[in-house]
Design a protein around this ligand. Structure first.
Ligand code: CAA
Length: 292
């Protein structure tokens, strides 16, 4: 069944090679999903050589883990591993049909990345952003072909979260949007069309949930009490979830929402303190105790 707001699938372009910009946690998870489900060459790029090697290594190691669990045959493991490569420059994107950026959540950085990608790829290549809160229209605004830009917002952990937000910008054309939905379906995600508004749909909902949880803590209730209060209400309590997503991303999302809807969202000093301390989350991983 065609998802609501998805164009006719016959408009979708075939994707035979995928580029991924960034080699961090999200980019690695994306590369793993793409190679498993689309079985096409996937090229990761990152300006940082060490991070690139780590990103490609992560995908190879995860494929090996799947093979170890009997979920991939040795032959398929070899084939998929060979399909995933890394390169510090973007020349390998020349014949890609889809490039997904998953770099630092900052508009200027993402615009620059898209400009560099556009200089290399063919005229019909779709440029997708995995931004969780920024404007897709603005991200494409400096390109020669803003009609090829679309948001593809995945959720953490990418392998298991069923949803994919597909976000057309103001100039996105039907072929780009149809390709985005077709790729989402091939990745076996449930696609929803989300409007290009700050934080789209999911993070706006989550922002209320996490923001209110942080506010209760800001008012003096211990973190573990708030998390325990969530038993059975959601698969993960709010502060465990912030640890999974990454406090910096949660804070960035919160700040975007506060700017866009100041009457409804809350900039939490507790969250800011955790980000400034450089900690990955609210709990000590070895003891399981809260760190604040
Ligand atoms: N990577 C890959 N697979 C994972 C995983 C990970 N990090 N964590 C769990 N899994 C897999 C497990 O291998 C297991 O698969 P099988 O059943 O095939 O063996 C399955 O998920 C279930 O795992 P568990 O039984 O260990 O644990 P669980 O039942 O608690 O589920 C969870 C784990 C799916 C992560 C669940 O806790 C959950 O849904 N949490 C909420 C996550 C969420 O809300 N994510 C959205 C965050 S917002 C975001 O990402 C957007 C943004 O822009 C910031």
């Amino acid at each position: 069944k065609r998802p609501a707001g998805a164009p006719d699938r016959s408009l979708a372009r075939t994707v035979t090679k995928v580029g991924i910009v960034g080699a961090g946690l999200m980019a690695g998870q994306l590369a793993l999903l793409v190679v498993q489900r689309l079985q096409v060459p996937v090229v990761l790029t990152d300006v940082d050589e060490a991070r690139l090697a780590q990103g490609v290594g992560y995908v190879h190691a995860e494929l090996e883990k799947l093979a170890g669990k009997g979920r991939l045959s040795p032959d398929r493991l070899r084939r998929l591993s060979r399909l995933v490569t890394g390169s510090v420059d973007k020349a390998g994107f020349a014949d890609a049909d889809l490039v997904i950026e998953a770099v630092f959540e900052e508009m200027a950085v993402k615009q620059q990345v898209f400009a560099e990608v556009e200089a290399v790829v063919g005229a019909e290549c779709v440029l997708a952003t995995n931004t969780s809160s920024l404007s897709v229209t603005e991200m494409g605004s400096r390109l020669q072909h803003p009609e090829r830009v679309v948001g593809l917002h995945f959720f953490n952990p990418v392998a298991v979260m069923p949803l994919l937000e597909v976000i057309p910008g103001e100039h996105t054309d039907e072929a780009t949007l149809a390709t985005a939905f077709a790729v989402g379906a091939s990745l076996r995600k449930t696609c929803i069309r989300a409007a290009d508004r700050p934080s789209f749909v999911v993070n706006r909902l989550l922002g209320r949930f996490m923001g209110e949880a942080a506010r209760i803590v800001d008012e003096g209730t211990p973190i573990e009490v708030v998390d325990r209060a969530f038993a059975g209400l959601a698969p993960m309590p709010p502060f465990v979830l912030i640890g999974l997503v990454g406090p910096a991303i949660a804070l960035h999302n919160g700040e975007t929402l506060v700017r866009a809807f100041p009457d409804r969202f809350w900039a939490s000093p507790t969250l800011k303190r955790v980000v400034e301390s450089g900690r990955r989350g609210f709990y000590d991983l070895s003891s399981g105790r809260p760190v604040l």
